[in-house]
Design a binder for this molecule. Sequence first.
Ligand code: 5RP
Length: 230
Amino acid sequence: MGVDEEKIVAAKKAAELVDDGMVIGLGTGSTIEFFIKEVGERIKREEIEIWCVPSSYQSHMLAAENGFFITDLFQVGELDACIDGADQVDSELNCIKGKGGALLREKIIAQASEKVYIIVDSRKLSEKLSKSVPIEVLPYAYGSVVKKIERIGGKVMLRESKTKIGPCITDNGNFILDVDFGILENPSELERELNGIAGVIENGIFPSKLISAVIVGGKDEKAKILKKES
Ligand code: 5RP
């Protein structure tokens, strides 16, 4: 089974969690694209009404094309659930997110949601988090934030745009740093420490306390649901 097939298996399973009249947060990325299309099929077939708060222009446009009603956090301060992808998930269900650059809005909708479901292919699972951590930074503070992060041991790369010269600018008008910290022994502590630096707007560590379950598209065409041990 290829990566896309596994993403589709996870997306289909998550689409079953959605009910008529629900208001959901939509993450960003290729796995969420599959999820939006799956729910779009249900909207057509079952004539259900699904409201959403998208986390990016990508998911906003796709949701509109697929029959979702779109709302925002002015209208609804709380969401029934949030469905999102991830770049890496550790054995305690801490996640790294933000390869698609939407981590700030993704964390906002996750924190606004009663339940947070992360959907991934099996290659995203790892014993410990070790991928670079995306960090959204106010451009004004770029230089000082880089120095502070280097002092706590991070190797910083400014994310460059692929289609224009210069930095990648987020949907919120900010820069993204991709920071290599090696293996993250204590993701929650690092998340808090990074957000304590003035000029850091948000970072891509999503601690497991925020996550209700991780749905993994397995190699056997079955989705596995991972929950924290209580
Ligand atoms: C975007 C994200 C994505 O959820 C993450 O990058 C996973 O993307 P994909 O589903 O394309 O693998 O955090 O900011």
